[in-house]
Design a protein around this ligand. Structure first.
Ligand SMILES: Nc1nc2c(ncn2[C@@H]2O[C@H](COP(=O)(O)OP(=O)(O)OP(=O)(O)O)[C@@H](O)[C@H]2O)c(=O)[nH]1
Length: 244
C-alpha cells in the first residue's frame, strides 16, 4: 500500500495548504501529498478498469455479456461501413441442453456451459468477440472475416465442441451445438436487429435439419446490388450525368 501518513479521508481539497508560501518542511509535505495523489489516481484507474470488465462480462462463463455484444455489434457495423471489410455473426445454441440439466443437475449444466465457453475461446482468434447471448446460446463476432472463412471457423468450433468429453466428478458428458452464420457487408441492407434475426433463422434451420451442424445465409442476399433510381437522380443532381 501507500507509504504515506494520509488516510482515505485525506483525499480531497486541503484548505490548510498554501501553494504560494513554501517553507522547506511544507515543500516536502506537498511532495508527499502529490505522490499520494498520484498513487491514488493509479488505484482509481485500476478500479475503473476492473469495474468496466465486470460490466461487460458474463458472470458464469467470463465471456462478454449481451449488453457488450450489442455495443460491439454496433461498432463492427460502423467499421464495416467505413472500411469495407466484412464481418460475420455466428450464433451458437447447445443441443438438447435441457436434458443435461434434467439428467445431471443444474450445477453440472453450469460447468458444461463454462467448459463450452472455454472451448469456444480456445478455437477463435484473440481479436474475435465471444459473448454469452442467453442461457445456452452464444454469439461470436468475427471482425474483418468474410462469410466462407466464418463458416469454416463455425465448423471448427462445432467439431471441437462435439469432440470434447466433459468430465464432472465421476461423470462424463458430451455436447453438440447448432450454428447460424450471417455476414455483414459494406453495402448490406440489414439493420443490426435484422442481422441477428437472419443468423437466428439459420441457427433454427440447423436445428430443424438435425442439429450439430452449421447453416449460413448466402452472401449477397442482403446487399444492395444496384444503384436505385432515386440515388441515380440524386447523384445526377450533384454531378451531372457522371453517375450513368
Ligand atoms: N445449468 C444452466 N442451465 C441453463 C442456463 N441457462 C439456460 N439453461 C437451460 O438451458 C435449457 C434450454 O432448453 P431449451 O430451450 O428447451 O433447448 P434445448 O434443450 O437446448 O433444445 P434445443 O435448443 O432445441 O436443442 C433449459 O433447460 C434452461 O434451464 C444456465 O445458466 N445454467
Amino acid at each position: 500500500m501507500i507509504a504515506c501518513a494520509c488516510s482515505d479521508q485525506d483525499w480531497g481539497p486541503h484548505t490548510n495548504m498554501s501553494t504560494t508560501e513554501h517553507s522547506p518542511s511544507t515543500a516536502t509535505g506537498s511532495q508527499t501529498e502529490l505522490e499520494f495523489l498520484r498513487l491514488r489516481v493509479k488505484e482509481l484507474e485500476k478500479e475503473i478498469k476492473s469495474l468496466n470488465e465486470l460490466v461487460r462480462t458474463d458472470g458464469l462463463t467470463g465471456l462478454y455479456n449481451q449488453r457488450y455484444f450489442r455495443e460491439a455489434l454496433h461498432r463492427e457495423c460502423e467499421r464495416t461501413q467505413r472500411s469495407g471489410d466484412d464481418f460475420c455473426l455466428v450464433l451458437v445454441d447447445l443441443d438438447h441442453f435441457k436434458k443435461v440439466n434434467d439428467h445431471w443437475g443444474h450445477e453440472a449444466g453450469n460447468i458444461a456451459l463454462k467448459r463450452t465457453a472455454k472451448l469456444i475461446r480456445a478455437t477463435i482468434r484473440p481479436t474475435d468477440l465471444p459473448c454469452r447471448y442467453g442461457g445456452e446460446e452464444f454469439a461470436i463476432l468475427l471482425p474483418g472475416t468474410p462469410l466462407m472463412i466464418s463458416v469454416q471457423v463455425a465448423e471448427r468450433i462445432r467439431s471441437t465442441i462435439a469432440g470434447a468429453v466433459i468430465v464432472i466428478d465421476d461423470k462424463t458428458l458430451t455436447l453438440t451445438a447448432s450454428f447460424g452464420v450471417c455476414a455483414f457487408q459494406r453495402n448490406s441492407t440489414l439493420s443490426q436487429d435484422q442481422l441477428v434475426e437472419t443468423a437466428d433463422k439459420q441457427l433454427y434451420q440447423a436445428k430443424r435439419e438435425g442439429r450439430n451442424r452449421v447453416c449460413y445465409e448466402p452472401a449477397k442476399s442482403h446487399t444492395r446490388q444496384q444503384v436505385s433510381q432515386s440515388e441515380k437522380d440524386m447523384l445526377s443532381d450533384l454531378f451531372g450525368n457522371k453517375s450513368d
